[in-house]
Design a protein around this ligand. Structure first.
Ligand SMILES: NC(=O)c1ccc[n+]([C@@H]2O[C@H](COP(=O)([O-])OP(=O)(O)OC[C@H]3O[C@@H](n4cnc5c(N)ncnc54)[C@H](OP(=O)(O)O)[C@@H]3O)[C@@H](O)[C@H]2O)c1
Length: 214
């Protein structure tokens, strides 16, 4: 797949690198330094390059939306026409000080993004784990018991694209249902942040669901 990365920070840099290592063609975009984007592309050790947000989005089969909520309008403006695109968002609708969700209960960041992009197919994924764990999950991808990763969306074809990328990073994708379920995923992501950053055990944490009864 061709994957465009909008926002090459903690999340976008790591996920883009792992997508490239899994064999996808990755375009890193939207950082404050072009040098950084070029370095990421070089170090991804796969088919990766640095470009503008518009170029990253243009031919992409999937676009990873990985910017701070405050950058939403700026990055969308720079990305240009996203009609028909699969947009995978890990962005949480946090306030400027990253202390609270600006959108919750009756909507979610993923739904707000989908409203801004009515002709795109938005999937919420990857935001429920801290960036620090992605390489560990990737390294453990051949183990029998994989970490779970929740995702949700309203378009099955887009969800299938997301599930492939989730699997390629090393997770077991868990389909949580339609996009409105992001109202539950996003607060859960804050719980994961609490466990990752407020405890003594380090941020390398993921989760795994088990089902009983069948
Ligand atoms: N970090 C996590 O573990 C985590 C977990 C779950 C969800 N999330 C969500 O994922 C999203 C991305 O988080 P993150 O931690 O990856 O954020 P981040 O490290 O701050 O990355 C954001 C990217 O946007 C770029 N950027 C910021 N301002 C810019 C500007 N004015 N012009 C151009 N580029 C600009 C940054 O550039 P530079 O590279 O130059 O800084 C960076 O590449 C957020 O919505 C967050 O809530 C993060």
């Amino acid at each position: 797949m061709r994957v465009g990365i909008l926002g090459s920070g903690l999340m976008g840099a790591k996920l883009g690198t792992l997508f490239a290592r899994a064999g996808h063609k990755v375009v890193f975009s939207y950082a404050r330094s072009e040098q950084k984007l070029k370095r990421l592309a070089r170090e991804a050790k796969g088919a990766a390059r640095a470009a503008t947000p518009a170029e990253a989005a243009r031919d992409a089969d999937a676009v990873l939306f990985a910017v701070h909520w405050s950058r939403l309008d700026d990055v969308l403006k720079r990305a240009g026409d996203l009609a028909g695109k699969v947009i995978i968002t890990c962005a949480l609708p946090m306030n400027a000080s990253d202390t609270a969700l600006l959108i919750a209960h009756a909507s979610s960041g993923a739904e707000a993004l989908a409203k801004k992009l009515p002709r795109a197919q938005v999937v919420s994924a990857f935001g429920t784990v801290p960036s620090e764990v992605f390489f560990d999950v990737f390294d453990a991808r051949r183990k029998a018991k994989r970490s779970s990763l929740l995702y949700c969306g309203d378009h099955q074809a887009a969800k299938d694209v997301a599930a492939t990328l989730i699997r390629d990073v090393g997770f077991d994708p868990v389909d949580a249902g339609p996009l409105r379920i992001a109202r539950y995923l996003e607060p859960f992501a804050l719980l994961m942040g609490q466990l990752a950053y407020e405890g003594d055990e380090g941020p390398e944490i993921a989760y795994r669901f088990e089902r009983f009864g069948r």
